[in-house]
Design a protein around this ligand. Structure first.
Ligand code: NAD
Ligand code: ZN
Length: 245
């Protein structure tokens, strides 16, 4: 990253980072589109939707139980930790995440907006009562204690709307930030994919960090084709050096 960009980050009145599955890949959480995204030969798109759950709730619940167990065993990596430092030194720093793994919060970030829910929470498909306790989600296939309907993971599935408050808040943050970073996301899942474009239209400097190019790449002011777990800690090091000057 150019020194002028580092200075821009330090001088910005507001910085927003959009994160995706790529930031948790080094922790051992498979991305959906990566080579290890499959479970029992199912593609995530075949399981992460309401119709699939109604058709075969045991199968979909089983997949989520497997993912919850996996996520509970892993730890945040250097990229998550770097963003905790960002929050400490940058002005009005916010993370908008498409991840459901809770790893930003576990690493210590405070300003986190979850666009796609949290895999550790569950909710009733009818009365929408939310269950935060582990006892509920560790059961084979739990039923709601209020209305006895099925309980599903409290995440946003393909074809579903995002929580309106979280979406509005992130659109507002994107529209008002001066630097927008897109980190480890394939930039194709809407409406999150539009956030860097909202920022860009309003004059923000858009930086993309992804090991592969994405549909956003041609529109980014700067593209950094590296692994986030290697690059973000380096960036922290440079910011610290510059901040001390
Ligand atoms: P994605 O799987 O579509 O894309 C991940 C992106 O990260 C890809 O562009 C890939 O090139 C990049 N990437 C992978 N490893 C990287 C690394 N080490 N460094 C830099 N870049 C790396 O994920 P998405 O765009 O976030 O969207 C898919 C949806 O799946 C999301 O809505 C999310 O809710 C869900 N999801 C969440 C998790 C999680 O919570 N950890 C994991 C898988 C999927
Ligand atoms: Zn209920």
């Amino acid at each position: 990253m150019k020194e002028s960009t580092l200075q821009k980050l330090l001088d910005s009145e507001s910085v927003v980072v959009l994160t995706g599955a790529g930031i948790s890949a080094a922790s051992g959480v498979p991305t959906f589109r990566g080579a290890d995204g499959l479970w029992k030969n199912y593609r995530p798109e075949e399981l992460a939707n309401y119709q699939a759950f109604i058709r075969n709730p045991e199968l979909v619940w089983g997949w989520y139980s497997w993912r919850r167990d996996l996520i509970k065993k892993v730890n945040p990596n250097g990229a998550h930790v770097a963003l905790v430092y960002f929050e400490r030194i940058l002005n009005n720093f916010f993370i908008v995440t498409q991840n459901v793994d809770n790893l930003h919060q576990r690493s210590g970030s405070k300003n986190v907006i979850e666009l796609h829910g949290n895999i550790m929470h569950s909710k009733c498909i009818d009365c929408e009562n939310i269950y935060f306790d582990e006892k509920t989600y560790n059961k084979e296939l739990p039923h709601c204690k209020h209305c006895n309907s099925l309980i599903r993971p409290a995440v946003v599935w393909f074809g579903e709307s995002l929580p309106l408050d979280a979406l509005k808040e992130s659109q507002k943050l994107a529209a008002n930030c001066q630097v927008f970073l897109s980190v480890g996301t394939s930039a194709v899942v809407e409406p999150a994919a539009s956030l860097p474009f909202i920022a860009r239209e309003r004059g923000a400097y858009v930086i993309e960090i992804n090991k592969d190019e994405t549909p956003l790449t041609p529109y980014a002011d700067e593209f950094i084709g590296e692994s986030v777990e290697e690059y973000l800690p380096e960036l922290v090091h440079h910011l610290k050096t510059l901040n001390l000057k």
